[in-house]
Design a protein around this ligand. Sequence first.
Ligand SMILES: Cc1ncc(C[n+]2csc(CCOP(=O)(O)OP(=O)(O)O)c2C)c(N)n1
Length: 271
Amino acid sequence: MSPTPNELRDIAKIIRRDVLTMTLESGSGHIGGSLSAVDLLTVLYWDRMRVNPERPRWEDRDRFVLSKAHASPALYAALARRGYFDVRELMTFRKLKSMLQGFPDMQRTPGIDASVGSPGQGLSIANGLAMAAKRDGKTFRVYCLMGDGEAHEGQIWEAAMTAAHHGLDRVCAIMDRNMMMGDGSTEDIVALSPLADKWRTFNWHVIEVDGHNIEQIQAAFSKADSVKERPTLVLARTVKGKGVPFMENKAEWHDRKLTEELYEEAMKALA
Ligand SMILES: Cc1ncc(C[n+]2csc(CCOP(=O)(O)OP(=O)(O)O)c2C)c(N)n1
């Protein structure tokens, strides 16, 4: 049985705490964009996706592609808490020989469906998985989480056209619209607005949600399931650094290093 929305909120809090603990331990890693994506990942892994952590390579599983690959701490924590591997493994994040490298590697880590790293590539991978599913008569769905800053990459729009052209209705892309990237506001760097209109013009079904509202996220994924002949984009309004007030909406927390002192303060906010 799926957890209740309140239980999902509790899980999200645990994952946020894990993100902080593992990045303190590693001395590096991307915190802001991990925290903005946690509620989306929680709903996907605990409520939406058809997966079996005991059989990470089960061929009928739904697939997940972390196109914003630098948010790996959030994904690794979600996979560990969901039972794909021992939670203690999180403390090896970014260390030599660890299976939890800075960017996800499907050959090393149970639960990772695509090796990713360079921004802009994930949606193309998701398209390929969806096309293969169609060819093989499989019913699995493919979820792909992108950053909004990633939409500066032309490949995203090539993939958007491709998915619409082929009517890939089993592709559900999610854009973590936190309005920020490492160097500041997406709108100052290269404006993306009106983003929903852009995707609609590319012939996608677009659903806009508050990306921290569990019920809205659940409803969006349910709706996406029923859309036929077109891919869906869940445009999730989020806050970079969500849950830790001194990190929220601060571009510097894209990849700033935690100190013990700041860690304690952040953990208090997530108590
Ligand atoms: C080809 C390439 N372009 C750019 C970068 C630098 N870079 C890494 S992630 C990223 C975008 C970060 O913004 P966003 O996707 O919005 O991430 P989020 O705010 O969700 O963390 C950029 C510009 C890179 N590593 N490689």
